[in-house]
Design a protein. Structure first.
Ligand code: PBG
Length: 327
């Protein structure tokens, strides 16, 4: 008889043969930075996640440094929006100020926190779409230079990496060219390569105030019925010299993650999005699931499916549990 249970008898034996490990250093924690002062408010649909004004960032930055997570990803919530999303590429836009603040703070403390800037227009446009509109439609090519400008503004402010999330065709190449032309040849680009139009972004849109005013994003984000097309998106970003590829959302898309892993040798990220976080939190708060065990099983599944990097709102919770466990 095949006795597979032989390797499961004790915790020590199970640890010895465990194939997958969640590494805190491979987790990225997203934060929302807001225009204004003295703001630290919880996002109602994302318990435990807050929106901060730049002057209130120090505590969360300390916590991230303390936890030794892989990095943070910044999203901006500007006071002023317009048709062309100009705060996305303003030198003093909220994300640019937040990056400078975090980098100065870390330098003062002699510590390093990797800062990734999400590059998109939806938080900054009055219409809430991820690019500029022409005749009511999102104009791909007219949006590219604005993404390139936003990426440059973030990198000039000190961002270590930029991550375009708008699903515009050619956006990775447009950003790469702009960075190279301005001497930032060493700054990597992480493509949100296969990003699906998903209901699981709903809590994020509350947090970032970025829901489209009319229509939806299905004209540029992917149709969740398509797996092979996701592989084309990943290949296109690789061709455009993306340094890291991403699949988003994560939980309902592990088949794509697995296939992506087989297709590429680039580092692969998954984005465990706001709606996934909200489901786990809601179930835990109502006593329906043990949060720590559920999140551990979830994060492990992302790595087992083939992800190298997991962007998740659970990052700090997980790091704290890890520490208690090893203390
Ligand atoms: C911006 C962007 C979105 C997310 C990341 N970048 C929202 C969207 O596409 O509507 C979603 C992240 C999350 O749900 O946690 N384009």
């Amino acid at each position: 008889m095949q006795r597979l249970r032989r390797l499961r008898h004790s915790a020590a034996m199970r640890d010895l043969v465990a194939e997958t490990q969640v590494r805190t250093g491979a987790l990225v924690y997203p934060i929302f930075v807001m225009d204004g002062e003295n703001i630290e408010e919880e996002v109602p649909s994302m318990p435990g996640v807050f929106r901060y004004s730049v002057d209130r960032l120090e505590q969360i930055v300390d916590e991230m440094l303390d936890c030794h997570i892989g990095g943070t990803m910044l999203f901006g919530v500007p006071a002023h929006k317009d048709e062309r999303g100009s705060e996305a590429y303003a030198e003093n836009g909220v994300v640019q100020r937040a990056i400078r603040y975090i980098k100065t703070l870390c330098a003062k403390k002699g510590k390093e926190l990797l800062v990734i800037a999400d590059i998109c227009l939806c938080e900054y446009t009055s219409h809430g779409h991820c690019g500029v509109l022409s005749d009511g439609d999102v104009d791909n090519d007219a949006s590219l230079p604005l993404h390139a400008k936003a990426a440059l503004a973030a990198v000039r402010a000190g961002a270590d990496m930029v991550a375009p999330s708008s699903m515009m065709d050619g956006v990775v190449a447009a950003i790469r060219e702009a960075l190279d032309a301005n001497g930032f040849v060493s700054t990597p680009v992480m493509g949100y390569s296969a990003k699906f139009a998903s209901v699981f972004y709903s809590p994020f849109r509350d947090a970032a105030d970025s829901a489209p005013q009319t229509g939806d994003r299905r004209g540029y984000q992917m149709d969740f019925r398509n797996g092979r097309e996701a592989l084309r998106e990943l290949a296109a970003d690789e061709e455009e010299c993306a340094d890291i590829l991403m699949v988003k959302p994560a939980l309902a898309y592990l088949d794509i993650v697995h296939a992506a892993r087989a297709q590429t040798n680039l580092p692969l990220a998954v984005y465990n999005v706001s709606g996934e976080y909200a489901m786990f939190k809601a179930a835990a708060q109502r006593g329906m699931l043990d949060e720590k065990r559920a999140v551990t099983e979830l994060l492990t599944a992302f790595f087992r499916a083939g992800a190298d990097i997991v962007i998740t709102y659970h990052a700090l919770d997980w790091a704290h549990w890890q520490r208690e466990h090893s203390a």
